[in-house]
Design a protein around this ligand. Sequence first.
Ligand SMILES: NC(=O)c1ccc[n+]([C@@H]2O[C@H](COP(=O)([O-])OP(=O)(O)OC[C@H]3O[C@@H](n4cnc5c(N)ncnc54)[C@H](OP(=O)(O)O)[C@@H]3O)[C@@H](O)[C@H]2O)c1
Length: 299
Amino acid sequence: MHVSPAQKVLVIGRTGQVAQALAHAGAGRVVNVGRPELDLRRPASLTGAIDRHAPDVVINAAGFTKVDQAEAEPVEAESLNVDGPRALAIACRSAGIPFIHMSTDCVFDGTLARPYRPDDLTRPLSVYGDSKLRGELAVADALDRHLIVRVSWVFSQYAANFVRTMLALARTREQVTVVSDQIGFPTHAPALASGLLAMADAICSEHFSQWGIYHLAGNGETDRASLARAVFDLSRRHGGSFAQVEGVLTADYPTPASRPLNARLDMSFTQDVFGIKLPRWEDGLAETVPLLVRELAAN
Ligand SMILES: NC(=O)c1ccc[n+]([C@@H]2O[C@H](COP(=O)([O-])OP(=O)(O)OC[C@H]3O[C@@H](n4cnc5c(N)ncnc54)[C@H](OP(=O)(O)O)[C@@H]3O)[C@@H](O)[C@H]2O)c1
């Protein structure tokens, strides 16, 4: 598909890891807006930002993302993951521009034996997953020209994520316990950001018509405990912290929110329509760990 780049991409969110990755990947054409001037809980601040910046397309990289905390804060999760995205979609409809909204593997229950396709049956196991699913439906209901992009297991040098948490834990512990039966496709946020921007370019073309749900994640599968071991192997080689990883079954490691055991997202539809395939997660990890080792050593 031949496309010309979107001149101005408005990204909702500033300090989040995907928001920061989009800022870097789209330097010069991405404008990030976040709190306090834009708040997903204040619809007027959303329309205000779109009017002020007059973008070609909006990407929502903001939301209530603390999966366990959502169990205790369903009203806040609803406000950020359902009402905010609906208001954004309505504002985009009024402005006549397309909208990319990010969602998650947590809309699935993880019982399928293969990677999930965009049209597979959804059945969230958590308040977070339920709010994200209802956010998807609210966006689709409010605006035809939308993409829902489900992503999974995002990591990077930016903000809070699994890789940073592992390295931080290893500074004070010799052993960490990590679930070994949750499998997924870890996704490097900078690669994800490039993919999202390529999708933004494609949907700004007047010929684009394949609106709807897409999956975008890194290539190659692993489980959480193996991912942690890969983090520590790299960290040790770069002079950083490392720990022994004790694998444990999810059933023996209760958390407030349940997560899908199979979080793998089938990306073939995304590849067919947009020609996008993200690199293997190991490539992103090899880039990320030395950056975090240096950052943690400096603090
Ligand atoms: N991380 C993952 O592994 C993962 C997996 C699947 C799906 N996702 C989805 O991917 C998207 C981005 O995730 P992420 O990991 O980049 O999230 P993150 O690092 O937790 O960042 C969350 C963002 O939400 C913003 N935010 C929070 N409350 C807000 C409010 N009231 N008004 C406006 N903005 C608010 C924060 O903005 P401020 O700058 O204002 O603080 C921040 O930029 C989310 O839709 C998430 O559900 C993530």
